[in-house]
Every structure is written in C-alpha cells, then in structure tokens.
Design a protein around this ligand. Structure first.
Ligand SMILES: Cc1cc2nc3c(=O)[nH]c(=O)nc-3n(C[C@H](O)[C@H](O)[C@H](O)COP(=O)(O)O)c2cc1C
Length: 148
C-alpha cells in the first residue's frame, strides 16, 4: 500500500517527523515516501490514495513557505474530487500563538471539503511534538493495516 507523507516546514521539525513516519511505515511493509509539499499540487493529490500531512504554522497563522502553493490552491479551488483519498493530519505549532496550528487545521478542513476520508482525528502538537508523534504514527499504522 502506498502512502505519501507531505511535509510543510520552515525550520525542519515537520520534515524530521516525516522522515520518522517514512521509516516507521516502511518497516511495516508500506510503500511510504516523505514528500516536500512544494512538489505537490491538487492535480497530483488526485493520483494519491493515502496521505499524511505533517505541517507547522508560521508567521501570524500562515503556512510555511513550502506549503503555500498547495494551501492557496486548495483554499481557492472548487470542484476537486478527492473522495478516493484517505488522510490524516499532524499539526505542529505553539499554543501561545493566537492561531494555534492553523495551517494543519485548515488542511484538515480543505481535504474534508473535497470528500477525502479522515483516517484519524487531527493531532495538534505544541513543543511536545516529539513525544506525541510516536503514538500518533502507531495509531495511523494500525488504521492502515486494518485497511490492507
Ligand atoms: C516566527 C514564528 C511564527 C510562528 N507562528 C505560529 C503560529 O501562528 N501558530 C502556531 O501555532 N505556531 C507558530 N509558530 C510555531 C511553529 O509552528 C513551531 O515552532 C513548529 O515546531 C515549527 O516547525 P517547523 O520546523 O516544521 O516549521 C511560529 C514560530 C515562529 C518562529
């Protein structure tokens, strides 16, 4: 089963977790690949079956630079059919910001809007992302295994 792990990052935290996810899922026999969001547009999403989105929020509630194009495209598009797509979002942020984890929350809603199926509820992480991540990816792994 193929899984693309799309990361949106400014300082590398999300990219690091995407690498961990690739490793954990590959060890279970999945064809998992971490992908820079810069490389992905809505058209490409149509060719995927399972995606994980791991992204931080930057600026004043804005997407990281490498996630901007996909974010803007999904925000402004209509009529994209992603009903074949399974997804889950792991959001990084810091809770003292007004727009806590906004980019992750928005991606979660954009994908729902286009009919994609949530594998598990969005995970919102603070500076504790490293400790929250292992149990999140374990849950994802089990959900995907049950779909195999
Ligand atoms: C300048 C700056 C702006 C930030 N803005 C937000 C924000 O609006 N909302 C939020 O939840 N976190 C915000 N953060 C926190 C980052 O999302 C957090 O540090 C995250 O772990 C960075 O992950 P990354 O290395 O993958 O980009 C901001 C951090 C910095 C340094």
């Amino acid at each position: 089963m193929e899984i693309k792990i799309l990361f949106g990052t400014e300082t590398g935290n999300s990219e690091g977790l995407a690498g961990d996810a690739q490793k954990a899922l590959s060890e279970q026999g999945f064809k998992a690949e971490a992908v820079d969001m810069q490389e992905v547009n809505a058209e490409k999403l149509k060719s995927y079956t399972n995606i994980l989105i791991i992204t931080s929020t930057w600026g004043d509630g804005e997407p990281p630079a490498n996630a901007e194009n996909l974010y803007n495209e999904l925000q402004t598009s209509s009529g994209v059919d992603l009903s074949h797509l399974n997804y889950a979002v792991f959001a990084l942020g810091q809770s003292f910001y007004e727009h806590f984890c906004k980019t992750g929350k928005d991606f979660d809603e954009f994908l729902e809007k286009f009919g994609a199926k949530r594998i598990s509820p969005i995970e919102l992480s603070d500076d504790d992302f490293d400790t929250r991540f292992p149990s999140w990816i374990e849950g994802i792994k089990n959900s995907l295994l049950s779909k195999k």
